[in-house]
Design a protein around this ligand. Structure first.
Ligand code: NSP
Length: 227
């Protein structure tokens, strides 16, 4: 008789264990700590805001290309609806950035993207290629959203001293609904990874690590300016 192995560790769970330190580096960065303990430099926060607005604009075509891959390579209606919902929420995210920027006196019209941001946007652009497998794209999508979810949720936990006017930002990604959305992306990615050939799983793992590294560079850029 076949027995079900309930202790089987999923692919993503195994990566999160294997790359724990890198993951923690991306989600518990000093910039996030500074928001959480209320010592954040407001010019750094403004820099993050203007640069992230550019990032989100570049994120949209990447997510749209993931939607096309889902349609062509999976055809699963649930996947398509979840990714479509993700695109809709990016539309809200862009409006949110505009409103937030005006509250913080940040002009979004002539922002010069910094090196770390350009690198991240180039990475996203490479992944829009039709040659990149759906399993790699959906895993990357999950990783990008999850780093923000985990980072900003940390600023809302008990004991945090996040200033009142920064809580809006933390709640945008740190709320329970966004956590559920990330969990759904994770299970879609898991489903794809389970049936993907070994070389594709390897590529997805590399993309996951790339995201963690690019997120650290993005936080560094926000904290210190420069590259
Ligand atoms: C850099 C970065 N990473 C992730 C997210 C979440 N959409 C974001 N807005 N910016």
């Amino acid at each position: 008789m076949e027995t079900k192995d309930t202790n089987k560790v999923s692919v993503i769970e195994s990566w999160l264990r294997k790359h724990r330190l890198v993951y923690v580096g991306a989600t518990r960065h000093p910039f996030i700590h500074s928001i959480r303990d209320g010592t954040v430099n407001l010019n750094s926060f403004r820099r993050w805001l203007e640069q992230d607005y550019i990032f989100v604009r570049a994120f949209v075509p990447f997510v749209a290309s993931t939607l096309v891959k889902a349609w062509k390579q999976s055809g699963d209606t649930n996947d398509i609806e979840v990714i479509l919902g993700g695109l809709a929420s990016l539309n809200d995210e862009i409006s949110w950035f505009k409103k937030e920027a005006s509250k913080w006196d940040v002009s979004l019209s002539n922002v010069v993207p910094q090196e770390a941001n350009l690198n991240y946007c180039r990475f996203l652009e490479r992944l829009t290629s039709p040659e990149v497998e759906y399993a790699v794209a959906i895993t990357t999508f999950w990783a990008i959203e999850t780093v923000y979810q985990d980072s900003f949720a940390h600023c809302l936990e008990d004991g945090s001293e996040t200033p009142e006017d920064l809580k809006r930002t933390c709640e945008r990604w740190g709320n329970d609904e966004f956590k559920k959305y990330c969990d759904t992306l994770q299970s879609i990615a898991e489903g794809q990874l389970e049936k993907a050939p070994e070389d594709v799983v390897k590529k997805a793992e590399v993309a996951f690590l790339d995201v963690l590294e690019l997120e650290v560079e993005f936080w560094n850029m926000s904290s210190h300016g420069g590259t």
